[in-house]
Design a protein. Structure first.
Length: 341
């Protein structure tokens, strides 16, 4: 099970790990919205009898190869692609950072959100990375002054509001509960998975979100409604969360859209100590995309498993339920992991 954006195919991985014959494979896309959905489709394959065990993986050369934060090479072209992107790209709206900067600016104008609110999210992720030897920013501490003093990239977003660009790969193994209980390590049980979206007014992946009635709501709200209903749980049942953090503003919006605080209160919620160890909702405990590495949400799935197993470098004591939210853009997906206790 792979993402359609990746360059390693299922048969390539099967050969590398010694699988003589695949009985199931699938591609899911696009990019950062895929990981929880990939796990969900692995579950569906197992429940339908198409597979017994599925490897769900992501791999990308986000630093040495294609950088997802770069401008579109076809930005000087008008027409031909069949999407509404063509009415943005030729006029200078070229990068994801510019799009999410507009969402941040709107949130600031509508709710009074301050740069320091976003700074608390960046600092939370950096502190967790400092405890994680595998994180890119493991040895690089950061203060609020460092954050506020970092150069603007797409105002109001600064350098440390942006995720890293990473060469990396991650994988999880999905199998039946009965099989997992016989294995050497304790399983992280999949309580529920959901996929959803908000219909866009025009075709395209990213730029049409700027044409919605609200610029302060992500597809997370639609995914959340489905996931909570399927799981029979709610925001108050979550012990720890891994929230997609390509930018700090996506974390703030997801805090609101997943129901951890009211719309417009994400900034004060983040600034009140809720996101760190001992807070009401510890997030991104390996450092997240902002400070661990950017593997398009798949490293969030891995960290969710670690939290349930009790092996995280920033372990939340007694964590029994972990939310993994890969909901930065339409469509989106989410995953609830539970302990076997």
């Amino acid at each position: 099970m792979r993402c359609s954006h990746d360059t390693v195919y299922a048969h390539d991985l099967a050969h590398a790990i010694g699988v003589p014959q695949l009985t199931f494979w699938s591609d899911v896309g696009p990019g950062g919205v895929a990981p929880a959905a990939m796990v969900g489709q692995a579950v569906a394959a197992i429940l339908s009898g198409q597979a017994e065990t599925v490897v769900v993986f992501r791999e990308l050369n986000g630093r040495s190869g294609r950088r997802y934060g770069l401008a579109d090479a076809a930005g000087d072209r008008v027409g031909g692609a069949g999407t509404y992107d063509e009415f943005f790209l030729p006029y200078g709206l070229l990068t994801p950072g510019q799009v999410f900067a507009m969402l941040a600016r709107r949130h600031m104008a509508e709710f009074g959100t301050e740069p320091e609110h976003l700074g608390h999210i960046a600092l939370t992720c950096r502190e967790r990375a400092n405890a994680n030897p595998a994180a890119q920013m493991h040895e690089r501490t950061m203060t609020m002054d460092d954050y506020l003093g970092s150069r603007p990239i797409a105002e109001p977003l600064r350098l440390f509001d942006f995720c890293l660009e990473t060469d990396g790969a991650c994988a999880v193994v999905v199998t039946s509960t009965e099989r997992a209980r016989d294995l050497r390590r304790p399983p992280a049980l999949i309580r529920a998975v959901a996929q959803a979206s908000i219909p866009d007014p025009q075709p395209g992946m990213m730029y049409p979100i700027l044409m919605r009635d609200s610029l302060t709501e992500l597809p997370a709200a639609a995914v959340a409604r489905t996931l909570w209903s399927r799981a029979g749980l709610g925001p108050g049942d979550v012990d720890v969360a891994q929230l997609y953090d390509c930018f700090t503003i996506t974390v703030l919006l997801q805090l609101e859209d997943w129901g951890f605080c009211a719309k417009g209160e994400g900034g004060p919620f983040a600034a009140s100590g809720n996101l760190g160890p001992g807070g009401s909702l510890p997030i991104n405990t390996a450092g997240g995309h902002l400070s661990e590495g950017y593997v398009h949400g798949m490293n969030h799935v891995l960290e969710g498993v670690r939290q349930i197993r009790g092996t995280s470098t920033s372990q939340v004591p007694g964590a029994e339920t972990c939310l993994v939210a890969t909901t930065p853009l339409p469509p989106g997906s989410g995953l609830l992991l539970r302990s076997d206790g």
